[in-house]
Design a protein around this ligand. Structure first.
Ligand code: ATP
Length: 361
């Protein structure tokens, strides 16, 4: 029996609902596969739970605990609602983990599924968001933040772009493209922010030309990209961009594909990985059994696929496939949550996915 240790951080808002649904589905898929792998789930506090227990939304005990895991499920957090002492001048919980564990690559797929109503026609793309620097000023400095106020009426914010970070995200993008349709789109704003985005664009091109000559490369300005995604999302395969642009574009792509509730993501540093829904904590529907857990479920599928490749253990892929097939099959059958125009509760959808796991061969 091979044991994998997975951290479980429930988070705030709809977090506990979608994370516990995901753990249930993962357990069912592993038990159906019965292929000599087992998971140990290590629950660690985060968000309001961390504040209540340790006066910290991302306590040291959680960071230490995660070091011992192979990867983890990270629920969303409602950090804008935290008291000032936990909100001002501090990274939010996922920013803190991305920074502490140097989770530099944020992989955010967006695709249309049978049974969902896409706003922009067919799409099957992945956004590779550089996760450690760019314009996200709470995590782009070694000490302190890249933001300050010179006077009460003057605020400054710094963007950081380094060769090392651009090269490593470019490699991730090209490697992914090699396993897909072999096309990379670099998104930037080098017509105005010439030096920083010029560096980003040029290093991505250099990396592609030198190491992945089979991959077709193009570059598009961020404003044009927002418009093109709405009109022709199906044109894109892998999109690589900086932190802030990636954050915004992936919400747009997720909603265009049908709902933010379908948008998974994986953050990785090449040694460990963090599965995280691409959306926030949706406080407007929290605690009402209304949330769509698909985003978190598919993030867990990505985590298992990543662990399978990392540990060269195809059994994890087998479990991931069972989860994915059952989740997409349930949606295709028309059992969908409110965000997709259906009436299934979080619990009913989760139960239907588990039932499907046992029905599928
Ligand atoms: P936060 O402050 O944590 O970012 P938010 O509500 O501002 O929360 P999101 O959580 O990204 O931002 O939600 C945006 C909208 O999408 C909300 O109306 C929310 O209800 C909806 N939404 C997000 N995730 C889901 C989901 N998993 N299922 C159903 N609806 C969702």
């Amino acid at each position: 029996m091979t044991t994998y240790k997975l951290g479980v951080l429930y988070g705030d808002g709809i977090g506990p609902e979608i994370v516990s649904a995901t753990v249930k589905v993962l357990k069912a898929a592993a038990s159906k596969a019965a292929n000599g792998t087992e998971f140990v789930f290590i629950e660690l506090p985060m968000g309001w739970e961390g504040i209540k227990k340790y006066n910290d939304p991302m306590p040291d005990v959680t960071k230490q605990g995660l070091k011992e895991t192979d990867g983890w499920l990270m629920g969303p957090h409602d950090s804008s609602a935290y008291p000032d002492e936990h909100r001002l001048f501090k990274r939010n919980p996922s920013g803190e983990l991305r920074h502490c564990f140097d989770l530099f690559a944020n992989i955010r797929p967006s695709r249309t599924f049978p049974g969902t109503k896409s706003v922009a026609g067919f799409s099957d793309l992945i956004i590779l968001r550089e996760n450690s620097e760019g314009f996200l000023s709470d995590r782009n400095m070694y000490i302190g933040t890249g933001e300050c106020m010179v006077t009460p009426d003057v605020a400054l914010v710094t963007g950081v772009f380094t060769r090392k970070s651009i090269e490593r995200i470019a490699h991730e993008a090209f490697k992914l493209a090699m396993s897909r349709r072999k096309k990379v789109t670099i998104v930037h704003k080098a017509n105005v922010i010439r030096l920083a985005f010029g560096l980003f664009r040029d290093i991505c091109y250099e990396t592609g030309k030198k190491y992945y000559p089979e991959v077709k490369v193009e570059d598009v300005l961020i404003d044009a990209m927002a418009a093109r995604l709405v009109r022709r999302a199906g044109d894109f395969d892998v999109i690589v961009t900086e932190n802030l642009f990636g954050d915004i574009l992936s919400d747009l792509a997720g909603e265009l594909a049908g709902s933010l509730g379908l948008s998974p993501s994986l953050n990785t540093n090449g040694k460990q990985a963090m599965a995280q829904a691409a959306h926030g904590s949706a406080p407007d529907i929290a605690g009402q059994d209304l949330a769509n857990p698909t985003s978190m479920l598919l993030s867990a599928v990505m985590l298992l696929q990543w662990l399978s490749a990392h540990h060269r253990d195809p059994r994890l892929n087998e479990i991931a496939k069972k989860m994915e097939d059952a989740c997409l099959g349930t949606i295709a059958d028309g059992t969908v949550t409110h965000d997709l125009g259906g009436s299934a509760s979080t619990t009913a959808f989760t139960d239907a996915v588990i039932k499907k796991i046992y029905q599928l061969s």
